[in-house]
Each structure stands twice: as structure tokens, then as C-alpha cells.
Design a protein. Structure first.
Length: 66
């Protein structure tokens, strides 16, 4: 087997490639969530999770510019 990496330039192209592969019963997987680096996305998700758990740095907005 070989691995093919495809770089569609629009959503329409991506949908067409997926439809074509499905019609040929070729298995494929999607990697990434869009134009952002996956490591960056994971870092943001960890930060959001930490904020929801009450962890992190809290800044007093009244004293922010003093």
C-alpha cells in the first residue's frame, strides 16, 4: 500500500475528493481541524480546560492598567 496526501484548496474540492474516495470504497482519514497547527489547537484546548477547572492566572481587571 501507499499513502497519498491531498491538499484541497477549497471546501468544494475537499468534499469532491471525499465523495470520490467513498464511491471507490477507498478508506481514508482526516487529519487536523483546519488551517491551524494541531499542536496549537491542543494547547488552546488545554488552556480552556484549565480555565473551566479554575486553574490558571486571574487578573484583577480594575488594576490591569495601573
Amino acid at each position: 500500500m501507499e499513502t497519498l496526501i491531498v491538499y484541497p484548496e477549497s471546501k468544494e474540492q475537499a468534499m469532491a475528493v471525499k465523495a470520490f474516495l467513498k464511491s471507490l470504497k477507498v478508506s481514508f482519514e482526516k487529519e487536523g481541524n483546519g488551517p491551524y497547527n494541531q499542536a496549537f489547537v491542543e494547547k488552546i484546548k488545554r488552556g480552556e480546560k484549565a480555565a473551566k477547572e479554575g486553574k490558571g492566572v486571574k487578573v484583577d481587571l480594575d488594576n490591569l492598567w495601573k
